[in-house]
Design a protein around this ligand. Structure first.
Ligand code: NAI
Length: 344
């Protein structure tokens, strides 16, 4: 079985090498992201392993199909960068539905605490022996209302963390969970009541730019927005307007809509071409990390193990993998939990 990795970073390799050590899998690690320009690298491979910013659109799928690639193994949970519907009947797609919801939820809280208590600024100031506290006024999270959009694996863990801080946790989800500890409200009500809003729903055609001009109008003055899910949930131009109008009190972003051209790379010493990102980075009440929430030893170990298990399950025995995504029944998630055989 020949497997090609795209968008490989040095920290990806050890975990995967460990997990294929006892398997009959030959691996090639490419640094390049998968897109139409690089898809030829997949020639001669049975499977490819991709990450969040590889592009698997119709043109790329046609090429992969032509080259005989049978499996696309996402080494992440989200699959918005793959046209799963177009893959149906051509190439199977597997993902890692859960590797560590704690990694993401803890990072969301780290960002929130940092922004609210200005610890990132204090660190730099103290290193210069400047012990002034001017400009460091924060507020207690205790007693505040946090609105969580998407109460899946990550949203639920984040809710538990927030309740540990003594916060009131309200939530909106298309499929509310019983006994989850959340007070479910409508989206409008969540916007109206929340001091902090944290996004944990997937990026779909329905959720794209859900944080837009209209949504921001409904929010409390001074609201803080946390996004560790996918950048395109937020329309960044309206976010900037909201911050400039002093309507939005701050933003913690681990993801950004146009991150594919920038994140995971060192651009220090270069002129930043993306004016929207440059504007956000320049704002004192915006804290950005470069899609880092997943980066814990525990999460990477789980990602590597589950990805290799997915690939082994698909190519071995009955060729059935419980983490396959498909459009067989028109509902990717439902199909995944009910399926007893391969999708096609
Ligand atoms: P999950 O599938 O367990 O939960 C997603 C929840 O969102 C579900 O409860 C679902 O019902 C809900 N949802 C779906 N459509 C919705 C809508 N229109 N409005 C409100 N809720 C909706 O997913 P999980 O594991 O909690 O991950 C959430 C997201 O976090 C992923 O889709 C991914 O984009 C992102 N993520 C980010 C990472 C990072 O490193 N920053 C790493 C891992 C995931």
């Amino acid at each position: 079985m020949k497997l090609a990795f795209f968008d490989t970073k040095p920290y990806d390799i050890p975990g995967f090498e460990k997990n294929i050590a006892d398997k009959d899998i030959t691996v090639k690690f490419y640094e390049a992201k998968l897109c139409l320009d690089t898809v030829d690298l997949a020639k001669g491979f049975d499977a490819i392993c991709i990450f969040v910013n590889d592009t698997v659109d119709k043109d790329v799928i046609d090429k992969l199909y032509e080259y005989g690639v049978k499996l696309i193994a996402l080494r992440c949970a989200g699959y918005n960068n793959v046209d799963v519907k177009y893959c149906y009947k051509k190439i199977h797609v597997v993902h890692v539905p859960a590797y560590s919801p704690y990694a993401i939820a803890e990072h969301a809280m780290a960002l929130l605490l940092t922004l609210v208590r200005r610890t990132h600024k204090a660190y730099n100031r103290v290193r210069e022996f400047n012990f002034s506290l001017n400009g460091f006024m924060g507020f207690d999270l205790h007693g505040k209302t946090i609105g969580i959009i998407g109460t899946g694996k990550i949203g639920c863990v984040f809710g538990d963390i927030c309740r540990g801080f003594g916060m009131r946790t309200i939530a909106y989800d298309r499929f509310p969970k019983e006994n989850s500890g959340f007070e479910y409200v409508t989206l409008d009500e969540l916007y109206r009541q929340s001091d902090i809003i944290s996004l944990h729903c997937p990026l779909t055609s329905e959720t794209k730019h859900m944080i837009n001009e209209e949504a921001i109008k409904k929010m409390k003055k001074g609201v803080i927005i946390v996004n560790t899910s996918r950048g395109a949930l937020i329309d960044a131009d309206y976010l900037i307007d909201g911050i400039k109008d002093r309507k939005i009190g701050g933003a913690c972003l681990d993801v950004y809509e146009e991150e594919g051209n920038v994140f995971f790379n060192d651009f220090s010493g270069h002129i930043m071409d993306d004016d929207t990102l440059a504007r956000l980075i320049s704002m004192p009440n915006v804290l950005i990390t470069g899609h880092q929430a997943f980066l814990t030893e525990d999460a990477l170990e789980n990602i590597a193990k589950t990805t290799i298990d997915n690939i082994s399950a698909f190519f071995g025995g009955e060729g059935m993998c419980e983490n396959e995504l498909c459009y067989h029944c028109g509902n990717i998630e439902k199909c995944q939990s009910n399926r007893k055989k391969k999708c096609f």
